[in-house]
Design a protein around this ligand. Structure first.
Ligand SMILES: [Zn+2]
Length: 377
């Protein structure tokens, strides 16, 4: 298949570079161009300061292509840290990529930075195409306080309350400063499409003994109670089917659908249908404090990589591989979206991605809804 071949070419080129420059796997992930600042060493637990340093390095060596700034004009984190954004590309389609909204989910920041660096330095034709068609907005560390504390949440300065920033984009109001800052910026940018990067605990692909390395997620379940009433029911399924087709034969990747409450003995799992998740609120066009009066909305999906840095499930050995898988999935989806290839996928191919038979939906507005009763909500 045409797309698969293109992908394998990228993967093979990356492998050759990896062998050639085995002292720096970071450099190996820059297909089409040598690393101009090989002294930058990205490891699995980038601190806030290291992220800023890398962003500044990328900006400096990008020949004006990458613009790094803070969101200080909208505010800062609960502990007073600036939230950073990097912008690259000159095209009209606006693509939003955010990582580490959960502070103990580390490798995704590295993957986002590697992709930013590719866009900054690579002369590869696919990359040039993306930069002509789109402008990309990267938020590589959404939750700097949580990242520094190595916890999922942020902590509200005033009362010490722990807030999950990915449940905080609600009409009733944001509890954490970070939510207000990023939301206000989002309302200004008005993206066309967003990808949100996460880590998850260990699970296995349904019907196999393979450990899931990567899950594809849509936070309002496709064909479920909420998404089927929006314009994004098909496009989100197409996006994930596209990524699955492109990556399923790559290396040791074991991809499945993101689900929760999985029970292997009973052979059941649940989809999530949460309205307060950031990518959900984007699809629902949240208008908070009248910052989004037109109700701008857009499709948004998320990726889940195996393991996190709190429960010790990340092994040094696999980190490079997990990051690369994330990087390739991101790069592939951006290309497929920008070129319109995603739009040619059959939405029903979503059901080719392995998943546990659906027992119901876990929601943040009506508890658990059994499958089949979804349309009543
Ligand atoms: Zn997460």
């Amino acid at each position: 298949m045409k797309l698969g071949k293109r992908f394998m070419k990228i993967a093979t080129a990356a492998l050759i570079l990896l062998l050639a420059f085995s002292s720096s796997s970071y450099a190996a992930l820059q297909p089409g161009g040598p690393s101009t600042n090989g002294n930058t060493n990205i490891n699995s637990t980038l601190s806030y300061k290291e992220v800023i340093k890398i962003l500044e390095d990328i900006e400096r060596t990008s020949k004006g292509k990458v613009e790094v700034s803070t969101l200080d004009q909208y505010g800062k984190s609960e502990q007073g840290r600036s939230i950073y954004v990097a912008k690259v590309g000159t095209g009209p389609q606006k693509i939003w990529i955010q990582a580490q909204i959960h502070g103990n989910e580390k490798l995704v920041t590295e993957a986002a930075l590697q992709l930013l660096k590719t866009y900054a330095n690579s002369g590869e034709r696919d990359v040039q195409r993306v930069l002509q068609e789109a402008t990309l907005y990267f938020i590589p560390m959404y939750n700097p306080d949580g990242a520094e504390m190595n916890i999922r949440h942020t902590k509200v300065a005033q009362n010490g309350k722990l807030i999950d920033l990915n449940r905080d984009w609600t009409l009733s109001g944001f509890e954490a400063a970070e939510s207000k800052v990023v939301y206000a910026y989002w309302a200004d940018v008005q993206p066309d499409f967003a990808i949100d990067l996460h880590h998850q605990g260990l699970k296995q692909v349904y019907g196999t003994n393979e450990s899931t390395s990567f899950s594809l997620g849509i936070s309002l379940s496709p064909d479920g109670p909420t998404l089927s009433k929006t314009p994004y029911n098909d496009i989100t399924k197409q996006m994930m089917a596209y990524v699955y087709d492109e990556l399923k034969d790559y290396g040791y990747t074991h991809i499945d659908r993101y689900q929760v409450g999985v029970n292997r003995e009973q052979g059941i799992g649940y989809d999530i249908d949460i309205k307060g998740g950031v990518v959900s609120a984007m699809m629902l066009g949240l208008n908070y404090d009248n910052l989004n009066p037109e109700g701008h909305s857009h499709p948004a999906v998320f990726f889940e990589t195996k393991g996190n840095s709190s429960d010790g499930s990340l092994g040094q050995k696999s980190n490079g591989y997990l990051t690369k898988q994330n990087y390739l999935a991101l790069k592939t989806l951006v290309y497929g979206y920008v070129t319109g290839e995603v739009g040619t996928v059959n939405p029903d191919d979503w059901y080719n991605i392995p998943y546990y038979p659906l027992a119901g939906y876990m929601t943040d507005y009506a508890g658990t809804i059994p499958a089949g009763l979804g349309s009543g909500y």
